[in-house]
Write a protein that binds this ligand. Structure first.
Ligand code: GDP
Ligand code: MG
Length: 804
């Protein structure tokens, strides 16, 4: 029997984790290991993927993957709806949850303090350093990697740690945000927020980045953020980070929720068991962060490495894994030192079957053979295959740690609340209506209410400023050319681009609410089946929908996609979603040429865009983005209130990012277009626009447009100006044709013009966003490719139109 066959609500024990390679490793890392009890919760509304509960958290997985996991139902498997880890059964008193004196005064504590010996790791005065205890010179830059699972509160903590001293960039070669910043009040520090990972076995590009950062950039310390409400799975990564042999602090986040529900964690005991400082915090409430900083500085300054790295149990099944691990450690010691990889980490990865590490270690043929023999022997003795055996070893240790330190609340209010919300938001009949409703609301508020209001405000401001400068320049008797450049070129151009800003900020406000609250993960779950047909995964629906509003924020919002492949492909598809700026073009031409069929034509255009998008997606899937679609083993985090600080930070980043582009790429383009429009070949200002350089260029490309029935320089000129902003296609046409467009075109050419405008090169602001995400090459390719497709489609329209 496989997980797929399990009935809804039924629990079973995993008997075999199938699949192969990295996907299988990912299953294991997420806790789907033989012996674990799994409960099927529900199917997505479209029948795929499924959601299930393992160890108290919700995972989603596609049916095709669920088929690979064999389970057995036995009467003895007790229904374990929330998979709680065994709580301590003896009559131990509730122990401290926040250390006395930690955090701001009055931080919540539950129960009475029990005197568990406080190991005092990572604190001044005592030296627990392994080996030497030489502090680093004072002026050494203390670099930290902020590592943790997705949704564990990394970004929230990062914002608390650094305040506003943040630098946002990219990791080299990939479009993955890299955020660095100095800890507030500690100028000699640099924290880097890494992409969320579940284990040190890379599975996606992002995970490779995080792992390589820790392995290669050799941070002076690691701040490992652990979601205390999900501690079992979160500690899995901790186990592996400890093997890195880098000074480390564990930040137990979300302690407010744990204590709020009556749970507690014996921090001192956990510290002792893990061998590194453990600091309970609440990133969202800024509790315990100061203490975390103190410990982080201390361990890095004194280079206090983890006291413990050996987590194998000598007595477990005859200690097969233990013996294998130690044998491998001895075997590869010299190679690991040479390759600069922590030996303990290398050994466990080798036993797991990690090819990258095997390659990096450069073992001899003999050594490889010995390694293989050790692995086989371990498998035979342990009765589990190598990856499962290692995963099991880690989870066993975690179970042991948790049973000694964690008192889980009987129920978590946040969890119950999430389940209630999910009956609606991922319910069989309600999920899609709610999704449509929520997106419609976001659109309505952005384009009709808040965004529109802000846009109006900004435009009034810009108009007033333009007027002021205009009169000022006239009064000063400024040179005619300079005057035109400032007013018609710079102010008009930049003004029209700036008017995007309110829309972008408002859209991102809603988007960050949806993302941080945990809703986007649900969208991925609900929409996955549909998008998978075109080779994407569920999350991509959000940027694509935003594309119907405006391509710029749509492209920017692809950052919510966890996989780089999906991100690229989604960016290439957004221009097919007809943006609102094209509406004036549609409205104008349908009113002039097809007044009776306005609705039909508009719908047809939107559909045509979507169909072209789908066809392109299918094409990309066969060519540019071949290979496996990204597997989809994802967590559905509890719904949480987004923190205003995170939302504010994101808005600020996006606004800054856009403004930078507005005043570089877009600014330059504006001036170039203005110049071409206003000057003739003798570089004097033109009276009649037919004399301008732009008109001459339009005349040159006019033959290309002749087969489309658009062989007129005026049409070409307006299409070129449409690259600045789509709205200006209509206004330019009206000026150039002196209001007589209606008579100058035949209905067939009008139809062809409509189709061409729908599909051709996105506006300069959108192209600049693509450039920002994917680089110049891709941006040029997008511009060119869209024009080519538009030409072909418009040509087909002409051919069909010619038949009637
Ligand atoms: P990341 O994915 O690891 O970067 O996680 P985020 O920083 O985006 O946090 C995910 C969600 O958890 C957000 O809605 C935060 O507001 C929330 N959150 C973060 N830290 C805490 C905390 O200490 N307590 C509570 N209750 N919520 C938190
Ligand atoms: Mg984050």
């Amino acid at each position: 029997m496989t997980l797929k066959d399990l009935a809804i609500g039924e629990s079973a024990r995993v008997s075999k984790t199938g699949g192969n390679g990295e996907l299988r490793q990912h299953f294991l890392d997420m806790g789907v290991i033989p012996g674990t009890v799994i409960t099927k919760i529900k199917l997505a509304p479209l029948g795929d993927p499924i959601e299930f509960d393992v160890n108290g958290y919700e995972l989603t997985m596609r049916l095709a993957d669920a088929e690979k996991i064999e389970v057995e139902t036995e009467s003895s498997v007790v229904e374990c709806p929330s998979g709680r880890i065994e709580t301590t059964t003896n009559s131990k008193k509730v122990v401290s949850t926040l250390r006395p004196g930690s955090g701001p005064a009055g931080s919540t504590t539950v129960g009475t303090y029990k005197s568990t010996a406080h190991p005092g790791l990572g604190e001044g005065g005592k030296f627990h350093a392994k080996g030497d205890g030489d502090p680093l010179p004072d002026e050494t830059l203390l670099t930290y990697a902020l590592v943790g699972n997705q949704n564990s509160g990394k970004t929230t903590l990062f914002n608390q740690l650094t305040g506003s001293n943040q630098h946002v960039g990219n990791f080299p070669g990939v479009t993955v945000d890299r955020k660095d910043g100095a800890i507030r009040g500690q100028p000699n520090t640099l924290v880097t927020d890494l992409p969320g990972i579940y284990s040190m076995s890379p599975y996606s590009n992002e995970e490779i980045i995080s792992r390589n950062f820790v392995l290669n950039e050799k941070p002076r310390g690691i701040i490992n953020i652990v979601d205390a409400t999900n501690i079992h799975r979160n500690l899995y990564l901790t186990m592996q980070l400890l093997e890195m042999d880098v000074p480390m602090v564990v930040a137990l986040n979300m302690m407010d929720e744990v204590t709020g529900n009556g749970g507690s964690i014996d921090v001192n005991k956990m510290e002792e068991l893990l061998g590194v400082p453990v600091v309970p915090i609440s990133a969202a409430k800024n509790q315990g962060v100061d203490e975390l900083i103190k410990h982080a500085i201390h361990v890095a300054h004194f280079q206090e490495k983890p006291l413990r790295q050996d987590f194998c149990d000598e007595n477990d099944s005859g200690g097969a894994v233990h013996r294998a691990l130690h044998a491998v450690i001895h075997l590869i010691q010299d190679h690991a030192v040479k390759a600069g990889i922590p030996v303990r980490f290398a050994a466990s990865k080798l036993l797991e079957g990690d090819k990258r590490i095997l390659y990096a270690l450069d073992l001899d043929v003999n050594e490889k053979e010995i390694l293989e023999h050790i692995s086989l022997q371990m498998e035979a003795e342990r009765g589990l295959d190598r990856s499962a055996a290692i995963a099991d070893m880690r989870y066993s240790y975690i179970k042991n740690v948790c049973s000694q330190t964690v008192r889980k609340p009987h129920e978590s209010r946040e969890r119950i609340r999430s389940q209630k919300i999910d009956t609606l938001l991922t319910g069989k009949y309600t999920a899609i209506p709610f999704f449509i409703l929520i997106m419609a609301l976001v659109f309505f508020l952005t384009f009709n209410v808040i965004g529109a209001f802000l846009q109006g405000l900004l435009e009034t401001g810009i108009d007033a400023l333009t007027g002021l400068v205009d009169t000022g320049l006239t009064a000063m008797g400024t040179n005619e050319v300079l005057h035109a450049l400032i007013i018609d070129g710079i102010f008009t151009g930049v003004g029209s681009v700036l008017s995007f800003l309110p829309i972008i900020v408002t859209l991102f406000f809603f988007l960050s609410l949806l993302e941080d609250s945990g809703y986007i993960a649900r969208v991925a779950f609900v929409m996955d089946t549909m998008l998978r047909k075109i080779g994407l995964s569920g999350r991509s629906i959000v940027p694509l929908l935003i594309g119907f509003g405006c391509t710029v924020p749509a492209v920017m919002s692809t950052r919510i996609l966890p996989s780089e492949r999906d991100r690229k492909m989604t960016i290439l598809l957004t221009p097919f979603m007809s943006c609102t700026a094209k509406l004036p073009i549609y409205a104008f031409f349908t009113a002039a040429f097809f007044p009776k069929h306005g609705g039909l034509i508009m719908t047809g255009l939107y559909l045509l865009g979507i169909i072209c998008g789908i066809l392109n997606a299918l094409l990309y899937r066969k060519t540019l983005f071949k290979g496996e679609p990204v597997p989809f083993v994802m967590e559905l985090p509890n719904y949480r209130l987004p923190s205003p600080k995170n939302v504010g930070q994101l808005l600020w980043e996006k606004a800054k990012d856009f403004l930078e582009r507005a005043f570089t790429v877009i600014f330059m383009a504006t001036i170039v277009i203005w110049f071409l429009q206003s000057f003739n070949l003798h570089l004097s200002l033109v009276e009649d626009s037919s004399q301008s350089i732009l008109a001459k260029i339009a005349g040159l490309i006019e033959p290309i447009f002749r087969p489309l029935g658009l062989g007129d320089w005026r049409i070409c000129t307006s299409l070129i100006s449409g690259v600045m902003a789509k709205e200006s296609v209509v206004s330019t046409l009206q000026i150039l044709f002196d209001g007589g467009v209606n008579t100058a075109l035949s209905p067939v050419s009008a139809a062809s013009l409509l189709v061409f405008s729908l599909l051709y090169c996105p506006c300069i602001a959108a192209v600049a966003s693509v450039k920002r995400e994917l680089g110049t090459k891709w941006a040029c390719a997008v511009a060119f490719w869209q024009c080519a497709i538009a030409w072909i489609c418009a040509f087909i329209v002409c051919l069909i139109g010619g038949l009637f």
